[in-house]
Design a protein around this ligand. Structure first.
Ligand code: F6R
Length: 613
């Protein structure tokens, strides 16, 4: 759960590396470091804390090397400290390594190395890698130009777990060697220079031409050529992929934080999600996933599997899938699903939702279901992400890069895309009322405009947030889709504001949670479903009677009910209302967090992609 960057070319590497790390801090930010190839030696500078601390290191401005590797860390093995920061070097200071992932057998490898006299300065799993490389390098008496490459490839064969690594060798100053397994890595190519990164936004301002690496591949990156190999060091060919993202779209565009920018991007991101699928504004087009009527008729169960916010997107769309496609749908948390021996066979369709496409539990769950004969579809926001390479089919949300740790625009795009997929299946299966399908399509097309309206009406949310930002507990209530949004709103609030928060299905209130309601407590009610509204209204009245302060998000014409604040949003079809109702609640979490003076983009203990269990 870290970020890595690399450069080899004709310019000074250090500023390029630090600039790339700053863009990757969302992947981890408890320590960082860089190694550059200086005249005859490898410089290694690192420290605990944010990437900007690197600027203050003694001698950092004197680095002149034109190749280097860099890392921003989110601790897994070993506490955040200078010693545990990357890059790590071998005992002879010949090799420097940065690593993203976890080496599961590192203790075993460390024991072997210690028996051979190697010593370790850190408590990381990574430090075994440069020393193993050194071990293989020293054994190899063939002093040709591939000796460094062979040492890295042999080391990779010993590693169990996940890794994306970059390696420098002081005896081979013209090359950076990289390799990956179950952890993302891309190479961006330019004129007489090449870039390496765990994530495209880190280097997007320098190039749009990328090579995406697959598991097991090892690569020699020179400034003017790139040699790709499989794990047996047989040469392979790769095609360059053009990444059309605009470099500025991964910057803040004048907003104070990425989160606010991403919340405000939702009219556009949802339009992109729809535009890619609703051809001529009427035909739902998923021709890239070839699922026939015969196959869909054979499906007796759909699993929607994901983690966190992505799992909430699954919960929000489950009712629509069931009602339109008449197939039972189970929403599962990936970390539970993968260990609970779920019932899967070739009649099961598994849909995996992951913004980053790198979430370890989601990928593991996908692999499991594939092995048991299910067809798999991945829904991801990151082109070429690991999950997209594992699934039978991948559909992209096209929400654009999401940098803030708290997911906002990815959620609305995930729900939108899943709604389109449900419509597509229903059209193939011919099992739903055509008028209903058309009505939902029409409402989907109006969403960007309605999202814009929601975003133009934020003052009252900000005012209410200012009233309650010192609270210790805030509760969210809703029924049906509104309950799914309550769960997401509660997660958003707790993860960035650190206020304890829970969401309940409003009908469950009387079965326990109402005991928590006391004078002055804040309760947020979400009320959109016209059928369920009267029931939720009664539940809210029960908490008001017990002294709760209430914020209501609704598209209904509610009678005066002594609510403290009512946020009115535009009406849409009740099956997709969550795409609108979630937005004021994202802003509610945002404004509370700002009022508390916290860093909204980088909440404590969290990282953007969770590439470890
Ligand atoms: C919450 C959040 C997380 C992610 C979860 C899954 O705001 O961002 O809960 O939704 O870690 O991440 P992806 O979608 O990348 O698999």
């Amino acid at each position: 759960m870290c970020g890595i960057v690399g450069y080899i070319g004709t310019k000074k590497a250090c500023p390029i590396l630090i600039n790339g790390l700053l863009k990757l801090e969302y992947r981890g930010y408890d320590s960082s470091g860089i190694s550059t190839m200086e005249n005859g030696y490898i410089s290694n500078m690192k420290d605990k804390g944010r990437v900007k601390n690197l600027y203050a290191l003694d001698g950092i401005n004197d680095l002149i090397g034109t190749s280097g590797i860099a890392h921003t860390r989110w601790a897994t093995h070993g506490k955040p400290s200078k010693e545990n920061s990357h890059p790590h070097m071998d005992n002879s200071n010949t090799f420097s390594v940065v690593h993203n992932g976890i080496i599961e057998n590192y203790q075993e490898l460390r024991n072997v190395l210690e028996e051979k006299g190697y010593t370790f300065k850190s408590s990381t799993d990574t430090e075994t890698i440069p020393n193993l490389i050194h071990m293989y390098y020293s054994k190899d008496k063939n002093y040709d130009e591939k000796r460094f490459l062979r040492a890295v490839a042999s080391t990779c064969k010993d590693l169990k777990g996940s890794y994306a690594i970059e390696v420098l060798c002081k005896e081979y100053p013209d090359v950076v060697i990289v390799a990956r397994k179950d952890s993302p890595l891309v190479i961006g190519t330019g004129d007489n220079e090449n870039y390496i990164a765990s994530d495209i936004p880190a280097i997007l301002e320098y190039t749009k031409d990328f090579y995406l690496l697959n598991d097991g591949e090892v690569v020699e990156v020179y400034k003017d050529k790139i040699n790709f190999y499989n794990c047996n060091l047989e040469k392979i060919e790769k095609d360059v992929k053009k990444i059309e993202w605009d470099a500025t779209s991964s910057e803040k565009d004048g907003y104070p934080d990425y989160m606010l920018k991403e919340i405000y991007e939702q009219p556009r991101s949802v339009r992109e999600t729809i535009g890619a699928r609703l051809k001529n504004n009427e035909v739902v087009d998923f021709e890239d996933i070839h699922l026939t009527k015969e196959y869909l008729e054979s499906v007796n169960k759909i699993y929607l599997v994901a983690c966190g916010t992505a799992m909430h997107a699954g919960l929000a769309i489950k009712p629509m899938f069931e009602r339109l496609c008449k197939i039972p749908v189970t929403v599962d948390i990936a970390s539970e699903f993968r260990y609970r021996e779920p019932l899967i066979d070739n009649k099961t369709l598994c849909i995996y939702i992951s913004q980053s496409g790198e979430t370890a539990d989601t990928i593991a769950a996908l692999k499991l279901s594939k092995m048991q004969g299910a067809k798999t579809i991945a829904i991801s926001n990151v082109i070429g992400s690991s999950i997209s390479r594992e699934a039978d089919y991948t559909i992209y949300t096209h929400a654009g890069p999401e940098i803030a740790v708290a997911s906002t625009k990815a959620y609305t795009s995930q729900v939108t895309l899943l709604a389109l997929l449900a419509l597509h299946f229903a059209e193939i299966l011919e099992c739903s009322d055509k008028a209903l399908i058309e009505a939902i399509k029409n409402e989907l097309l109006l969403l960007p405009e309605k999202l814009q309206q929601v975003l133009e009406n934020v003052t009252e949310i900000e005012e209410f947030a200012k009233k309650v930002y010192t609270e210790h507990d805030i509760f969210f209530l809703g029924r049906g889709n509104d309950y799914a949004v309550a769960l997401e709103a509660s997660l958003k609030l707790k993860e960035i504001s650190y206020i304890h928060s829970d969401a309940y299905a409003a009908g469950e209130l009387k079965h326990g949670p109402i005991a928590l309601i006391e004078n002055g407590i804040t309760v947020v009610g979400i009320i959109t479903d016209p059928v369920l509204s009267p029931k939720t209204v009664s539940n809210i009245q029960e908490v008001i009677t017990r002294g709760a302060k209430t914020l209501i998000v609704t598209d209904q014409a509610l009678e005066n009910g002594n609510y403290d604040k009512v946020i009115k949003i535009p009406k849409t079809h009740p099956m997709i209302s969550e795409i609108l109702t979630v937005v004021p609640l994202q802003l509610f979490a945002y404004y509370i967090t700002k009022e508390k003076g916290l860093d909204v983009d980088k909440p404590r203990n969290l990282a953007k992609s969770v590439t470890v269990e």
